[in-house]
Structures are given as C-alpha cells and as structure tokens.
Design a protein around this ligand. Structure first.
Ligand SMILES: C[C@H](O)[C@H](O)[C@H]1CNC2=NC(N)=NC(=O)C2=N1
Length: 160
C-alpha cells in the first residue's frame, strides 16, 4: 500500500478538512489513517472552505514555534511566559485589541507570570486561517511584550 512508503511524520501530520455538509459525522468526519488510529498524535482538522494545502504547512510552522494542536485537531494552544503580572495582562490586552478588530476571539487564561492562549473557530467548526494568523500575531505580540522562556517566567507556588 502506498502510505507505507511515506515517512511516519508525514503520514501522521496529514491534514484533513471537516465536511460541514455532513453534520451527523462531526466531529469524526475526518477519515482516520490506519496508522493514526492506534496513535495519539493529532492531525489538523480544517473547517469547510479552508485550503489544507496552504494551512497544513502553516500549522506545522506554528507547531515548530511551540503551538500545540488540540487532541481533536481543531484548535491550537500556547503558553506565553512573562517576568511580571502586568506584562502578562498587557499581552492579553494587546491580543484582545486585535481580536476585536478581526472579530475572532481566543480563550485566554491569565496566571501570575504566564498566559495560555487557545485559538479555534466555532463557525464553521475547525481550524481556519484566522486561527493561524492570530496565533502568529500572538507570537509577535509576545516578543513585543518581552516574553521569556518558561523557566524564566514569574512564578508563585507550584501550580502557577
Ligand atoms: C459574529 C462573530 O463574528 C462570530 O460569532 C465570531 C466571534 N468570535 C469568534 N471567535 C472564535 N475564536 N471563533 C469563532 O468562530 C468566532 N466567531
């Protein structure tokens, strides 16, 4: 079978598009590759109308920048670390302003010295170019706000 000749990483990262025309199959619309069935490695699942040829490589680049794909492949998350609570909140405000402009809003969790950002698209369901582009905006904004490596962020107790 031809897929057996593909490198494992390529097989596992092959993206798929969710077919909104068949809602009863959601969220399991993407055909699972036999090798991925036994694996927990997620693959991106793009919303109807998105271009997987374009967004597949873009998503891989985001993953290389520290963004993690949700288990269902329909969202991306990253934690940004800061040396002060004020910087963390300022970063959130920066993202909030762009979100308002683009009419696309992340889920953000502010901690003492870090912010978790999660992007997904609800309508149409799945990963879209908006998620990808705003995730990139977060990376740029984090640089602007002086984000640091995880070990260097402000900490307050073991769970923060
Ligand atoms: C009408 C309005 O633009 C939509 O409801 C927007 C609002 N913000 C949103 N944000 C996100 N993350 N996903 C959406 O699908 C979404 N939809």
């Amino acid at each position: 079978m031809s897929f057996l000749r593909l490198p494992i990483a390529r097989v596992f990262s092959r993206p798929s598009v969710i077919r909104a025309s068949c809602p009863s199959r959601l969220p399991f619309a993407a055909p699972l590759h036999p090798l991925r069935m036994a694996s927990s490695v997620p693959a991106p699942r793009f919303a109807e109308g998105e271009d997987p040829q374009q967004l597949g490589p873009d998503t891989e680049t985001l993953q290389q920048q520290g963004w993690a794909l949700d288990a269902d492949g329909m969202g991306v998350t990253k934690t940004f670390h800061f040396k002060s609570y004020f910087k963390a909140v300022s970063f959130v405000n920066l993202i909030a302003a762009e979100s308002q402009t683009k009419k696309h809003h992340p889920t953000m969790t502010i901690r003492f010295g870090s912010v978790d950002v999660h992007w997904t698209t609800h309508h149409p369901r799945g990963l879209t170019h908006k998620d990808i582009s705003l995730a990139r905006h977060c990376d740029n904004g984090a640089d602007l706000m002086g984000a640091v490596e995880s070990g260097q962020g402000l900490k307050c107790g073991p769970s923060t």
